[in-house]
Design a protein around this ligand. Structure first.
Ligand code: TYM
Length: 337
């Protein structure tokens, strides 16, 4: 019997989320998820960690896939060691206040301001057809964060601008409506894993096809690691993590440093310099054992979806209660009630 009663003391709030698009990868894990676990265990914050399904709808428009991947994210949250007794888990779409507040933020934000967002500029540079939801993405994310008065938002570097935008919106709203409704969130980004490199040295990303999946089988791990790019030049867009101080093969080393101490690695990489095959085999071994228990827990959860459904049903109520209290103040401040 799991006890879900959370402490009612006033702790600062932690908010974060993941989009249910594509397989989770070790960039998600080291860049953000591991921090969720550490911060939740510390017990200093009240964590709200959700599945950003409405954000995902911008790029994933397949109902079965949405349902499957949403469950997978929750299973992953549980498998990495987050405890439903301490963390409120929910689906963004289960809490209507997110989209309601997003609309209100839309009305106080200008188009030129949003056109400066990195994600929009990248999509534009690639001549992608950009839907309104993608353009508006930072507004929904600001609502996600500000609704709960988040004090910190643990994320990877690629999300930093979104948090800056949330801060801007909070200040603007408070100024326009002359009330201190929203507080300013701080990003929580661990410098050494702010941008985890993929197998080509670029940022690890679902959209670059360069990931090592978090729940990869050993065979899959072996396949991915064996295709880590080892030419000395590295990728033209390689990340700082790869460029600074990694001995060759630097793409292999940069990933290895996620799961082994730098001291140990320095000795190993010096002793076996040039033996790329051996170093890759060792990396496969190390990744496999590092993630073995998380993978086992994930496989166990796959057998019983009722655990996930139960956790989401409870989280929905908790998130609705808190966000509705905030929305009552917001509606009053803007004058619709
Ligand atoms: P998403 O789903 O793309 O990624 C989830 C988290 O993983 C981090 N991440 C990385 N960190 C380091 N190195 C990498 N290579 C790497 N790849 C991904 C991301 O920075 C992120 O922290 N917009 C968000 C989801 C979101 C959200 C929110 C986050 C929606 N609402 C409110 C925080 C608060 C996103 O697309 O993350």
């Amino acid at each position: 019997m799991i006890c879900y009663a959370k402490s009612m003391t006033q702790k600062p709030v932690l908010v974060s989320a993941i989009k249910p698009t594509g397989d989770l990868h070790i960039g998600n894990y080291f860049g953000a998820m591991r921090q969720f676990v550490e911060l939740a265990r510390e017990g200093k914050y009240r964590p709200f960690i959700f599945v950003a399904d409405y954000h995902a709808l911008n790029s994933m428009q397949d109902a079965d896939e949405m349902r499957r991947r949403t469950r997978e994210i929750v299973m992953a949250y549980l498998a990495i060691g987050l405890d439903p007794a301490e963390v409120t888990f929910f689906k963004q779409s289960d809490v209507p206040a997110h989209t309601e507040l997003c609309w209100i933020f839309d009305t106080i934000t200008t188009m030129p301001y949003l056109m400066r967002a990195h994600a929009f500029k990248d999509a534009e540079a690639k001549n992608k057809e950009i839907n309104v939801g993608t353009f508006n993405y930072p507004m929904l994310m600001a609502a996600d964060i500000l609704l709960y008065d988040a004090a910190i938002v643990p994320v990877g570097q690629d999300q930093k601008q979104h948090i800056e935008i949330a801060r801007d919106i909070a200040e603007k709203f408070n100024r326009i409506f002359k009330e201190d409704i929203f507080s300013l969130p701080e990003p929580y980004i661990m410098p050494e894993v702010a941008t985890v490199p993929g197998i080509d040295g670029q940022k690890m990303s679902k959209s670059y096809g360069n990931v090592i999946p978090l729940f990869a089988s050993r065979d899959e791990l072996a396949k991915r690691v064996m295709s880590v790019v080892t030419d000395s030049g590295g990728h033209p867009m390689s990340t700082a993590a790869v460029d600074i101080g990694c001995p060759p093969p630097k793409n292999v080393y940069a990933i290895h440093a996620l799961v082994r101490s730098k001291e140990e690695l320095e000795t190993i990489y010096a002793e076996h310099a040039g033996n790329y095959k051996m170093l890759k085999e060792l990396l496969i071994e190390d990744l496999d054992s590092y993630f073995a228990s998380i993978r086992a827990k994930y496989d166990e959860l796959k057998n019983d979806f009722s655990i996930v459904d139960d956790v989401l049903a409870r989280g929905k109520q908790e998130a609705r209660t808190l966000s509705e209290a905030k929305m009552e103040r917001v509606r009053h401040a803007v004058g619709v009630v």
